[in-house]
Design a protein around this ligand. Structure first.
Ligand code: BES
Ligand code: MN
Ligand code: MN
Length: 462
């Protein structure tokens, strides 16, 4: 497929400009202030699929944001690839830390991306990576090389838990029938060393509320005599880890799959520099569960992290007050076999049980999902590896990621198909952070690599 390289070279400016237009629409699913923009983005994605060569496209209404569906069926006897991606993005805050506005995309050079990267919210997660598939389809249609059927399912609620997608998948088994699911919504090791994500962690996300007195109090008149909800919450949260950074919730580790020493030794072969890792984050040391190294702590081990904590006076100057309430949002990343609903229950039970007298505690579960691991001997994995080997010149390394795409486990359960995670982002692309970006190299390499996946998948399916 020498042609794809030439095609990308010839059309790269247009490919970049089209993505920039998509990135200008602020499709923040978490914040209802942006709801019209989310809907407009679905329309833009639908348009792009039709232009790229889908024979049928539609906006599918759901109880939440719409799902964009598109397909090109060339022969029902050939395999079908189902592409999944998401057009919603994370909220852009904190705004003041962006060096250029999050929805005014600009191309800037960085140390890791000397040929430039597009800076915008969603550039990498996931508009840029999703759009690679649209452009890969365009190429295959234009060059008459699409070797099988293709379906697209692009959702607008991934960043808030994919509730409507679950609803949609359960009701559309026949429509979504496929032989393999292909997703670009993860990362790879580096631009010199591609990797294929073989595992994702599950997730349980909860919000906690600690209530003390029925109103805010003068901290002199009442301080020391009543429970301070913020003090109490801090202590409760601190108690969730022991001195070895093990999580203290009873039963939390019961179903955790322990990897063999051989498997851990295999993992340790992936290139990783602790020095570079620390330097990239300006850290004087790493931190985590005793007995595990960094790459294990962030992939094969479950974790518990506070994502936000608030309460009391946060304005300018000082105000002497004991707040009536304190709050925190807590996420638990889970590994395969841990059931997210069970873990959520264990959390609720434990967190309520450790509340001291003098406060009441409320726990509200938000969303969650199961983890995922996929074997490397499937034809989907092999096809992906052959594709990467051809475009990068070296084989891909299998890597288990710490992130979550809860819907992947649901795809396996509902649609009985395996997912291949061909991610082209880098850890340094700052997804979910200010100054998110996606390398031009990565974007174009993705467009170049995807058609090869189709080619090898069809060949191996014969
Ligand atoms: N694309 C990410 C997940 C990801 C990124 C996985 C990099 C592996 C490598 C996805 O958009 C995401 O952010 N997922 C959420 C979970 C969701 C339920 C909010 C996450 O992992 O926090
Ligand atoms: Mn994503
Ligand atoms: Mn994300």
């Amino acid at each position: 497929m020498e042609d794809i390289k030439a095609y990308v070279q010839q059309h790269k400016d247009r490919f970049i400009n089209e993505l920039i237009e998509l990135l200008k629409i602020p499709s923040v699913s978490a914040d209802t202030a942006y709801s019209q923009d989310v809907i407009d983005t679905a329309d833009a994605v639908k348009e792009s699929l039709s232009k790229a060569g889908c024979d049928f496209v539609e906006i599918c209404d759901t109880p939440g944001y719409p799902i964009v569906y598109g397909e090109k069926i060339i022969d029902p006897n050939l395999p079908t690839v189902l592409v999944y991606g998401h057009y919603d993005v994370q909220p852009p805050d904190p705004m003041e830390l962006w060096t250029s506005p999050p929805f005014e995309p600009v191309i800037k050079k960085t140390e890791i991306h000397p040929e430039g990267a597009i800076f915008a919210r969603g550039a990498c997660d996931d508009k840029g990576q999703m759009y690679m598939h649209v452009k890969a389809l365009e190429y295959m249609v234009q060059s008459n090389t699409l070797p099988c059927n293709v379906k697209f399912m692009i959702e607008g609620e991934e960043e808030v838990g994919s509730k409507s997608l679950g609803w949609f998948v359960e009701r559309n088994h026949e429509k979504l029938k496929n032989d393999v699911i292909l997703i670009s919504d993860t990362g790879m090791i580096s631009n010199q060393q591609p990797s294929i994500t073989t595992g994702l962690r599950g997730l349980s996300y909860v919000e906690v509320e600690v209530t003390g007195p029925n109103r805010d109090l003068h901290s002199g008149l009442y301080g020391g005599a009543v429970a301070n909800p913020i003090n109490v919450l801090a202590k409760m949260i601190a108690s969730l880890h022991d001195e070895n950074n093990h999580i203290t919730i009873p039963g939390f580790y019961d179903k955790v799959e322990e990897l063999s020493l051989e498997e851990r030794a295999e993992m340790a072969k992936a290139p990783f520099s602790l020095e570079k890792y620390k330097k990239a984050l300006d850290l004087n040391d790493v931190y985590g569960e005793k007995g595990y190294v960094t790459n294990e702590r962030n992939s094969i081990r479950p974790t518990l992290d506070v994502n936000g904590i608030w309460g009391g006076y946060q304005g300018e100057g000082a105000k002497t007050v004991i707040a009536s309430k304190a709050f925190a949002k807590i996420s638990m990343r889970l590994v395969p076999n841990q059931d997210w609903e069970e873990i959520t229950e264990l959390f609720v039970k434990h967190f309520t049980s450790i509340a001291p007298a003098g406060v009441t505690v409320k726990v509200t579960p938000h969303h969650g999902g199961q983890g995922y691991v996929t074997p490397i001997d499937s034809i989907g994995y092999q096809a992906a590896n052959m594709a990467y080997t051809e475009t990068f010149g070296v084989p891909a390394i299998p890597v288990r990621s710490g992130g979550s795409i809860p819907i992947v486990a649901l795809f396996e359960k509902e649609l009985k198909s395996k997912t291949i995670l061909m991610g082209f982002g880098l850890d340094s692309d700052a997804i979910h952070s200010p100054n998110e970006h996606f390398g031009i190299f990565n974007y174009l390499k993705g467009i170049e690599t995807i058609p090869l996946f189709y080619k090898y998948f069809v060949e191996l399916s014969k």
